[in-house]
Design a protein around this ligand. Structure first.
Ligand code: F3S
Length: 637
């Protein structure tokens, strides 16, 4: 067996290892971050358990750390108290970015991890099977319920040779994005093997597993070997080590080969992580901003490489350089060894250990600005400046370019890229561990913490108007936007729902209210993008009962079912054409979904019938009939 199969087999509750078949696996660990966590813990509360049933669950605060009003602070107080109540570790704001801290302090080889953040696969660098999902699936895992997914295909990525001076592990994942595109990893796990693996530290591996999310992969994983052991020893966690690798005669569904010595420094150009060019093609282009940080490249080695290049130099007058270390552990080490002083002497501005500019919390570039970032995403508008050009690069390219004020190829620079392996600074005082007796703990609910909306059971006949008709490729960002204006309301669905489709269908929420809910009609690939469940939860709150689309994105389809919204696909895609907004549609007899995957829909306004299809299991239908997974779980208790 390969490594992925071994871990899945150990955790299998239902199903077989046949790619494409439905499986259910036990989750050992969970993580949440604050932007998705408030909802996940409200859902956990609604499940009526007393204490989490996982081995380790951690609640991180790293996204909405700006406190311009009471809202984010209310969320943090709720998260801290609810974590204490349910036996969850709480990583305080300032302790670092969830994926970085989890890798350093909690991830273990051979364990399963589910997190309400799409970059949860970062912990795959430790030989952990780590998957990103919606918050409700994470809440279910905390309640001891298995995670349902489709058995992925396993891709063997064979690394051989050695990275050249100035080339980094970021360039390995950019090479894969160049070859496969942002859709190339869907329903696949990327398992790294070969001699080249031995030359990569755990931090370097983590950059690759982190950005496997940009391939659309279910997850990515490295073996647990002597490099892992060395990392765990440095973290005082030697006891968490076990050796873990694929069998000699393991088989895989697909095979990719990368000669590390052939790679050159690369950049993902605006506006997609798969728009790859070599730095040599960009050399000399003037830049305005450099940001070093995020969960992709803010580990100790990343920042030390940048500091080595910046030592004794000053950044160009046209450049703003910001540095956000990934964890307090890393920040403290940089203080102890003087690297933080190097950054400040060079002209860098030091940000807190948090997501910061990566989630649009400050540092938007100037209009038409060129920004080099060591991050993982550069979708249009994510930086907060629509006209800016965002390039994703390695820390080496970022630091070298900041000095010159233009793209620089670090392979042409003479610097020492070996640095002393020093003892790690370890201090978990910003991680509040769970206590045994939680009876007296009060959960703090400030005014921003609104009750969780609960859905009605599904009607046998759905008779509603089409509130909006949408084109192809609608993202979760279109449905439930992000940004500093909206993020503080992640725990206030009533308020959040007023932002739904704000750029596609102004007043969507009011129209839903006037019509007592409705139906959404959409084109291909509805709900692509992030895993955020608010894109299903807010429409549920507005009483959207069904979405009829030409096709759905996988995670959003699961979220719709979880929140009791019926996902239907046009049998004949041309039927999309005759439906107009405010047409009254009648979906006949939803209880038939147990027997058939076809259902008749009557457009009363046009006096026309059409057929819609589903791909629902009987358990999915049970969940939908109950009005969503929360009601379904309560029914079963
Ligand atoms: Fe945070 Fe950006 Fe990673 S928002 S979790 S640093 S992708």
């Amino acid at each position: 067996m390969n490594l992925t199969q071994k871990i899945i087999k150990e955790h299998l509750i239902k199903g077989t290892l046949e790619p494409g078949s439905p499986i259910e696996i036990k989750m050992d660990q969970t993580l949440t971050q604050d932007a998705t966590g408030t909802m996940a813990y409200m859902q956990l509360e609604a499940m009526g358990i007393k204490r989490v049933k996982t081995e380790i669950s951690v609640s991180y605060v790293d996204h909405n750390t700006l406190q311009n009003g009471y809202m984010n602070a209310d969320d943090h107080a709720y998260l801290q108290s609810v974590a204490a109540k349910y036996g969850v570790y709480f990583s305080r704001p300032g302790n670092g970015i969830c994926h970085q801290v989890h890798l350093e302090r909690f991830a273990k080889p051979s364990k399963t991890l589910i997190g309400s953040d799409s970059h949860t696969p970062t912990s795959g660098a430790m030989g952990c099977l780590a998957i990103g999902a919606g918050g409700l699936d994470v809440a279910k895992a905390m309640a001891g319920i298995g995670y349902r997914l489709t058995m992925p295909k396993i891709v063997q990525v064979n690394l051989h040779g050695k990275l050249s001076h100035g080339v980094s592990s970021k360039d390995i994942i950019l090479e894969l994005l160049k070859r496969l595109s942002v859709k190339g990893g869907v329903s696949k796990v990327f398992e790294y093997t070969g001699e080249g693996v031995k030359g990569l530290s755990v931090y370097q591996r983590a950059t690759i597993t982190n950005m496997g999310a940009e391939l659309g992969a279910t997850t990515s994983i490295f073996p647990s070997d002597e490099i892992t052991l060395a990392f765990l020893k440095q973290q005082n966690r030697e006891e968490d080590y076990i050796e873990l690798k694929a069998d000699e005669d393991a088989t895989y569904d697909e095979y990719i080969d990368i000669d590390l010595s052939s790679l050159r420094p690369m950049a993902a150009c605006p506006d997609s992580p798969d728009a790859i060019k070599n730095i040599s093609e960009l050399k000399g282009i003037k830049i305005d901003q450099v940001a070093i940080g995020s969960c992709t490249n803010s580990g100790y080695e990343d920042l030390m490489k940048a500091a080595t290049i910046l030592k004794g130099k000053t950044i160009a007058p046209n450049v703003s350089l910001v540095v956000s270390p990934g964890s307090r552990q890393v920040m403290m080490k940089l203080i102890q060894n003087g690297a933080l002083a190097t950054f400040i002497q060079a002209g860098a501005r030091i940000l807190e250990c948090a997501c910061g500019p990566c989630i649009g919390m400050g540092q938007s570039p100037k209009s038409d600005g060129i920004s080099l970032r060591t991050f993982n995403r550069n979708f249009y508008g994510r930086s907060g400046t629509l006209s800016a050009g965002i390039y994703l690069v390695s820390p080496e390219v970022a630091a070298a370019s900041a000095i010159e004020g233009k793209f620089v190829d670090p392979t042409e620079l003479d610097y020492d890229d070996t640095f002393e392996k020093e003892p790690v600074y370890i201090d978990d005082s910003m991680i509040i561990a769970p206590v045994e007796n939680t009876d007296d703990i009060e959960i703090i609910r400030g005014p921003n913490i609104k009750p969780l909306p609960i859905n009605d059971r599904m009607d046998q006949i759905i008779d509603k108007k089409v509130i909006v008709k949408l084109p192809n490729n609608i993202t979760t960002d279109h449905i439930a936007p992000a940004g500093a204006e909206v993020l503080p309301y992640r725990s206030n669905i009533e308020k959040l729902s007023t932002f739904v489709f704000k750029n596609n269908k102004p007043h969507f929420a009011e129209i839903c209210k006037e019509n007592h809910g409705g139906i959404i009609v959409a084109g291909e690939n509805y709900g692509q993008g992030s895993s955020r469940e608010h894109a299903a939860l807010a429409p549920m709150y507005l009483q959207i009962k069904a979405v009829i689309a030409k096709s759905f994105a996988r995670i959003h389809l699961a979220n719709l079912i979880n929140f009791g919204i019926l996902p239907l696909v046009f049998k004949d895609k041309e039927d999309y054409d005759f439906i107009d907004e405010m047409d009254e549609l009648m979906i006949e007899d939803t209880s038939k979904l147990y027997e058939t995957n076809k259902i008749k829909v009557y457009d009363k306004t046009k006096d026309k019938y059409f057929t819609a299809l589903t791909s629902l299991s009987n358990e999915d239908v049970d969940i939908l009939m109950a009005g969503g997974a929360l009601n379904y779980i309560k029914d079963q208790q």
